[in-house]
Design a protein around this ligand. Sequence first.
Ligand code: NAD
Length: 372
Amino acid sequence: MEDVFRFADDLGPLKLVHIHRSSVGLKAVVAIDNVACGPAIGGVRMAPDVSTEEAFRLARAMTFKNAAAGLPHGGGKSVIFADPKMPLSDKEQLIRGFAAAIADLKEYIPGPDMGTDELAMGWIKDEIGRAVGLPREIGGIPLDEIGATGFGLVAAIDLAREHIGLSLTGARVVVQGFGSVGQHAARFLAEKGAVLVAASDTSGTIVDEGGLDLAVLVALKAEGRALHDHSRGRKLGMEAAIDVPCDIWIPAARPDVIHGDNVARLHTRIVAEGANIPLSGEAEQVLAGRGVLVLPDFIANAGGVICAAAEYRGETEGAALVSINEKIRANTKAVLDEVRRTGGLPRTAATSLAVERVHRAMRTRRWDAPPG
Ligand code: NAD
């Protein structure tokens, strides 16, 4: 009994729902963390090795991300215990079964995450009338296609560079994880005059201090090929992206890539966290001590969810981009002003900003009085 409540604190989770539907082999967990700001938006993750704890931790991260972004949405997340590579017809059955099971959880709006995509969100919308990250044909804004998260990341970088007196013209950029977020971030930075000097994917790192040809690399990836297939540049191992000196370092691959053991290898002025939790707390502390500005994930990579919230309100693609730019610039400024005032870490300032917003929203709710 107590075990079910082991995550419980002042903020949530409001509901942790375990779903079992044997007819379609469905096992899933929905974590609705906090809905004081509005209905929870959060992705549906499908993988064989997910857990209740993962669902809760991701839901909490969404509470902070949505509040920090100033969205009228709380945080939620769901996990489905299954292999996303199953035949499409089986996947459709499973997702539709999941959708029917969450029909009454009206304070949760599902979106895409690892193992689910726009099509899956289309099936959920068809079943229960609510989902974000939809196909364009049914009112969706294709956030990976337009590069919503990369666009937001560059808005954060552009604001932050003023803080440290860095010009983007000629600024050297390294992208770890040349996928959707990494490519779009590199593209928007290049439009502002920055130069991509290294990029990595699972094939390894490609380096050219004189500047890589971004368009060629993007075309290569669009063909499903690896960065190491490119004929120019030095080819190094996957880890080498950490060692290339630069002005802006963008982790856009996996969590936990920079920690106490490798942070000394990083030589940059800004780290813009495209991936979620790419740096350990220790690494963020060490970098702050060296005067490196780290832009925390849930402030800098919120472009995707700001776009999803705009889609939910029925806004256009153009309005979504305006909203991403405005919100991320304002929130980055609020975080950096607080860092300047307190001398603390950007992540600490960002977390206070998010928690304060959630508490303010909780004061408006009859059943959600915040502590104090
Ligand atoms: P993606 O799958 O399109 O790209 C990931 C890229 O990273 C791939 O090119 C892959 O080859 C590479 N990669 C994987 N492991 C690597 C490693 N150890 N070293 C170097 N490269 C590696 O994914 P994405 O949508 O671009 O997301 C990237 C990260 O950003 C993820 O952590 C995701 O959770 C996070 N994120 C994404 C969004 C979004 O809108 N897509 C929003 C917020 C956060």
